[in-house]
Design a protein around this ligand. Structure first.
Ligand SMILES: [Zn+2]
Length: 335
């Protein structure tokens, strides 16, 4: 929060606007070191030209981004990264804002002209920030918080400390009846009462009781169209409600055998859209190992440059822009 010190008082009475940090010549601002982010972790230097945009959020985040007329699909990248963590259509609080840094994608990757390299959003009392960082193992890059942990919605983990996987995902022929049976999730055997945790950040979308199926169960909606199901629970975590935001590893209930279950286990299911997918494959895919050692040191250098660039995008630039023009670039008329 130190980064935000002083900004809250610099409330800008302009609806929504974007400014280039480089255009800010009126106010002395910290000058970021002239290094491309990717220089720092072994990729040859490129004439990368990061740009920054910032704006107040006076109505909703979605509206602010639309009004800011960001290049390429930058506003979609922002919304995708924050989906599951913020409500982009909710009314903002006074002083809310966004700051984003981007650079030319350069490699023609993924059909986008620009890549978001850092983001900071203050919205309705919560603060979200992310820095893009690539490693040799994940050259496509991931978004991390400033402390080096992965950002919301991008990582799924085991929801319970299981003794074993008692049934895997997918179709198979029943050994006795010979009928085809499709298992829409995985069964994780564990003693009754053991804590069940949210597999990824998200929002509780359903709490149900289906005595002839899932038993007591919880559904969590995540970023990128994912939803996870936690079934046969012996109890739902006290205070858990529909619409409540949960973070990865937050407790949502306890292992049980309610509904159709022969013994205590967690039926853990993940869908993308309407299609069930293999939760274990998803966990393997998104279980990015924590940054440590040299990688963490490299990330910290990248993150500190990103911090400076974000800070340079506002409030100084916001204040300067406010003196000279409004959202449309017209000079403000003052009598
Ligand atoms: Zn099952």
């Amino acid at each position: 929060m130190a980064l935000l010190a002083g900004f809250v008082t610099a409330v800008v009475p302009v609806a929504v606007f974007g400014v280039m940090s480089t255009a800010n010549t009126n106010t002395p601002a910290p000058t970021p070191p002239a290094i491309a982010t990717r220089d720092l972790f072994g990729v040859p230097a490129q004439p990368s030209q990061p740009d920054a945009r910032a704006g107040a959020i006076t109505t909703t985040l979605r509206h602010a981004l639309a009004q800011a007329d960001l290049p390429g699909d930058l506003s979609q990248q922002i919304l995708r990264l924050l989906r599951g963590s913020v409500d982009a259509s909710a009314q903002a609080s006074p002083g809310d804002y966004f700051r984003v840094i981007y650079e030319p994608a350069g490699d023609g990757c993924c059909g986008q002209d620009v890549r978001m390299t850092a983001l900071e959003v203050q919205l309705r009392g919560s603060h979200h920030s992310g820095v893009w960082f690539a490693t040799a193992e994940r050259p496509q890059g991931d978004y991390y918080r400033f402390d080096g942990t992965l950002m919301a919605g991008l990582r799924f983990t085991f929801p319970v400390v299981a003794t074993r996987v008692s049934s895997t995902f997918g179709g198979r022929v029943h050994p006795v009846s010979g009928t085809q049976h499709v298992h829409s999730g995985v069964d994780l055997a564990a003693p009754k009462g053991r804590a069940v945790h949210a597999s990824a950040d998200g929002v509780v979308s359903h709490i149900g009781n289906d005595s002839r199926g899932y038993g007591k169960y919880v559904v969590i909606r995540h970023a990128n169209g994912y939803a996870s199901y936690y079934a046969h629970l012996s109890k739902i975590e006290r205070g858990l409600r529909n619409g409540m935001r949960v973070t990865r590893a937050q407790r949502v209930g306890a292992v049980g055998s309610t509904g159709t279950a022969t013994g205590p286990h967690l039926h853990f299911e993940v869908k993308r859209g309407d299609r069930p997918i293999d939760p274990l494959a998803l966990i393997r895919k998104t279980n990015v190992s924590a940054l440590r050692g040299e990688q963490l040191a490299a990330f910290q250098r990248v993150a500190s440059v990103a911090r400076m660039r974000l800070a340079a995008a506002g409030p100084d630039a916001l204040t300067a822009a406010n003196k000279t023009g409004d959202a449309t670039g017209r000079p403000l008329t003052r009598s």
